[in-house]
Every structure is written in C-alpha cells, then in structure tokens.
Design a protein around this ligand. Structure first.
Ligand SMILES: O=C(O)CCC(=O)C(=O)O
Ligand SMILES: [Fe+2]
Length: 230
C-alpha cells in the first residue's frame, strides 16, 4: 500500500461517520523495525517523556527532532494534502474562519508565524501494565484537525493495548470506539472535534484518544501530528 493508492473519498466517509479511518498498511516491517530499534537512542529526539510523571498514563514517548526520520517526514508530507482537503470541508462545517493550505510546507509557515516551531511527530513505547490516558494532542493555538497513528509492533507482540477513542456529544452520554490496528497500519483520526449532522444542522463533538492497558508484551506506535508545538 502506498499513499498514492489511498482512496480519499472512503477515508472521508469513514471520518464523517466515526471520527477515524484506516489508511492501510503504510510502514513495512523493515521500516517499522528501524524506528523501534532506534527508540533507545537519544540523538534522534528532542524530548523524552515518562508518562507516569505527568499523570498521562504509564509508558514512555519521545518527540523526534529535525531532521525527522526519512519515513516519517515522507509520510507527513505525502498524507497532508488528502487530509487538508477533508480538514477544509470540516472547517466549513465547524470553523468557517479556518482554512488549511494545500501543502504541508505552507501549513508549517502558518505554525511558525504563530510561534509554533518544534516538531510533534513522536514514538511511543508501552510494556505490560502501561496505558495512555484519553487526551488531545494540542500544542498551541494553531491546530490541524486530523492526525495519524501507525502501529509499529506486530499484533501478537502484545495483548490489550488497544487504541481507543471517545466522543463527547453535547448534552448526551459519551460514546467509545475501539480502533483495531494491524502492524504498520495507519489510522487517521480527529484531533479535537468533528462535525456531526443533526436535525438542525451540524454540531461539534469533542474527541479524545488513548490506549487501553497492555496485559502482555510490548507495543510501539508512532504518531504523526501536522501542527508544530510552541
Ligand atoms: O500509542 C498509540 O497508539 C497512541 C499514541 C498517541 O496518543 C498519538 O499518536 O497521539
Ligand atoms: Fe496522542
């Protein structure tokens, strides 16, 4: 599967229905192994977070520094235009003042102008007992409304550790989604909120994502977030 083979109309339909959509397997085994193998190094990263110290859950993650690993940089650039087209249609329904440029390089300029200059792609590592609390990856006032997660481990490397999303609907009870991920599979999902068609026009539901507790093994994932951090 290549980015050029993604059928974006199906992606948009799934995003509209549930707030997430599979993009297929976009990282092959050798690329996954290279990213996992470098987790223990320090040179490729700008920061290292122990989730328990911040109340974010249990496990570790690291933000890549520039230059990003080639595979991550290539996916971020190649996936952005398809995502931006959907983001602009969502903006029309939710945030009519927002418009996203067609190319990621131009969106990075928007981030820089707002003082958001640090890269946000990251790699996460979980062991048995680890989990990632429900959260949103907001790093400043400029927010690109879609982001990507890719499972780097094999499905049988671990038990539990499911990618989960919740949606908080206005004046209603929250809904949960368990999002299945295959090794190397990329899923695009709503960062902050998504539009839902109601009887009186669209309304916004707030989305959060996280990872359920691992009950066995080890799990690695990488996240591609399109906005930069302050
Ligand atoms: O480990 C995961 O699957 C989720 C990671 C995450 O929170 C993210 O990519 O933003
Ligand atoms: Fe996240």
């Amino acid at each position: 599967m290549r980015v050029a083979d993604i059928y974006w109309a199906d992606v948009e339909a799934a995003l509209d229905a549930t707030g997430f959509a599979s993009l297929g397997v976009l990282l092959e085994a050798d690329a996954r192994a290279a990213l996992v193998g470098a987790f223990g190094e320090s040179a490729p990263y700008r920061s290292h977070v122990h989730m328990a110290r911040h109340g974010f859950g249990r496990g570790e993650y690291k933000y890549f520094r520039y230059p990003l690993p080639a595979a991550i940089a290539a996916l971020r650039e190649a996936l952005y235009p398809g995502c931006a087209a959907i983001a602009n249609r969502w903006a029309e329904r939710m945030r009519p003042d927002m418009h996203y440029p067609a190319e990621h390089a131009d969106f990075l300029e928007t981030c820089r102008a707002a003082g958001q200059t640090r890269p946000t792609p990251l790699i996460l590592s979980y062991k048995s007992g680890d989990y990632n609390c429900l959260h949103q990856d907001l790093y400043g006032g400029i927010v690109f409304p879609l982001q990507i997660v890719i499972l780097l481990s094999e499905e049988d490397d671990f038990d539990g550790g499911e990618f989960v999303m919740t949606e908080q609907r206005p004046r209603m009870q929250s809904r949960a989604h368990v999002v299945p991920l295959r090794a190397g599979e990329a899923v695009v999902f709503a960062v902050n909120e998504r539009p839902v068609k109601g009887t009186r026009g669209d309304y916004r539901v707030k989305m959060r994502h996280g990872v359920s507790t691992l009950t066995r093994g080890a799990r690695f994932a990488t996240g591609i977030i399109f906005h930069e951090a302050t």
